[in-house]
Design a binder for this molecule. Structure first.
Ligand code: UT7
Length: 322
């Protein structure tokens, strides 16, 4: 039986840092409000001309080094992103070119903040059914380019970055199960209201920014995360106490704390990095995973629960023996 293991992780944050104090100078907000309501202290912002694929490649190279694989070893690249370089081709194809990958396949997945876990789901199924042996899965976002920096209800929440994993066919336990859900009836709780087919230029003059009903997203997120955590553990006959780490979507400290409390997991088993980089959408889980692997919190053989929620609304989880 073919299984899928994480062979290596990597991440990248742009050099430019925007602190809460920097935002205080531009909009009617305060460091205190942002920290209390979100736990965020700073976010990283892509440099002028720096694109989603540039950040994806940086994270990918680190994950490939950690896994000991080269571009020639890769069979597939999947990029989860909401902020592609171009309308087409897929950002994954641009990453493929920049990595110098001669063969294989590449495509993008769009499930907003749940995108990385959706991509894990697809890549795991690809490997298990014999599609290929090495798959690069990346979450990468330049959220700064779809933010209205004068709207305090969203500007303080998001940041840019990328995270990646190399998945490898294996005969030992790795990804145990993945679970994906969506509810399109909640489309307008969190969205960018314009796109190519709705008339991007004529309707909004190129100003396509994030619009969010913060309270509604908050309530839904906490209940969806609780439900999917139970679905994942119950589906595998695993008890909460067997989990070593919860690696949640890094959207907001209050959501992470409320979800962990509802699930009954102490915070010392929850990976939290949102203070350092804010909500980086599809990049947030692989970023948190890589940070916790590299600082020694997450060790080989430990049991991880990844869980995400985002626009769609979408929500997703993965149970992984790291
Ligand atoms: O990947 C998913 C992405 N989305 C999320 O994770 C968002 C989930 N939602 C949340 O995390 C919270 O709803 C927020 C952090 C966005 C907002 O917190 P809240 O406790 O729900 O605040 P609120 O929207 O109810 O606003 C409370 C007050 C309002 O003022 P008044 O009407 O009480 O005078 C807002 O205008 O806070 C005000 N406010 C701010 N004040 C200072 C809203 N944004 C800010 C701000 N700085 N940045």
């Amino acid at each position: 039986m073919i299984r899928t293991r994480i062979a290596g992780t990597g991440s990248y944050l742009p050099e430019k840092v925007v602190t809460n104090q920097d935002l205080e100078k531009r909009i009617d907000t305060s460091d205190e409000w942002i920290r209390e309501r979100t736990g965020i202290r700073r976010r990283h912002v892509a440099a002028e001309g720096e694109t989603t694929s540039d950040m994806a490649v940086q994270a990918a190279r680190r994950a490939m080094d950690a896994a000991g694989v080269s571009a020639d070893d890769l069979d597939l690249v999947v990029v989860a992103t909401t902020t592609p370089d171009k309308v087409f081709p897929a950002t994954a194809c641009i990453v493929q070119r920049k990595l110098g990958m001669a063969g294989g396949a590449a495509y993008d997945i769009q499930a907003v903040c749940s995108g990385f876990v959706y991509a894990l789901d697809a890549a795991d199924r690809y490997i298990r059914t014999g599609g290929g042996r090495n798959v690069l899965v990346i979450g990468a976002e330049t959220m700064s380019r779809i933010l209205d920096w004068d709207d305090r209800s969203t500007a303080v929440l998001f940041g840019d970055g990328a995270g990646a994993v190399v998945l490898q066919a294996s005969d030992t336990e790795g990804i145990i199960s993945t679970h994906i859900h969506s509810d399109g009836s909640l489309e307008e709780t969190l969205h960018v209201p314009y796109g190519v087919s709705t008339g991007y230029d004529t309707l909004c003059g190129g100003k396509a920014f994030i619009v969010m009903q913060g309270n509604a997203v908050f309530r839904k997120a906490v209940s969806m995360l609780g439900e999917i955590a139970h679905e994942t553990l119950d589906g595998n006959g695993i008890k909460k106490k067997e989990l070593d780490w919860l690696v949640p979507h890094q959207a907001n400290m209050r959501i992470i704390t409320a979800a962990a409390k509802k699930f009954g997991l102490p915070m010392d088993r929850v990976v939290v990095t949102v203070d350092e980089h804010a909500n980086t959408s599809a990049a947030s889980i692989p970023l948190a995973l890589d940070i916790a692997v590299r600082d020694g919190r997450i060790k080989r053989g430990e049991l991880l629960l990844l869980e995400a929620f985002g626009a769609g609304l979408t929500w997703a989880s993965a149970l992984i023996r790291y």
